[in-house]
Write a protein of this length. Sequence first.
Length: 94
Amino acid sequence: MLYLNWQKLNAMHEFSIANNIINQVESIARQNKAQRISAIRLCVGKASGVIIEALDTAMELAKKETMAAASIVQIDMQPALIACTQCDYQNEAD
């Protein structure tokens, strides 16, 4: 029988996200002939399923030995919104 550690699986999810972010940011930096990346700001939706603490740790690991190695990473949590298309009501979801 196989037992999986849910927290480790989530961390793997965030590490994959972090690697993709670093790859995309480096690609954009190279296109703009940048020598280094000084800051990365991310907006993560509350309903995205991403664990901010795990993503922050994953970003620190993923940026090592890249153009973003010395960069400051800021991760902002964005609220989930609900909206009614009939009455245009909008509110934050809990």
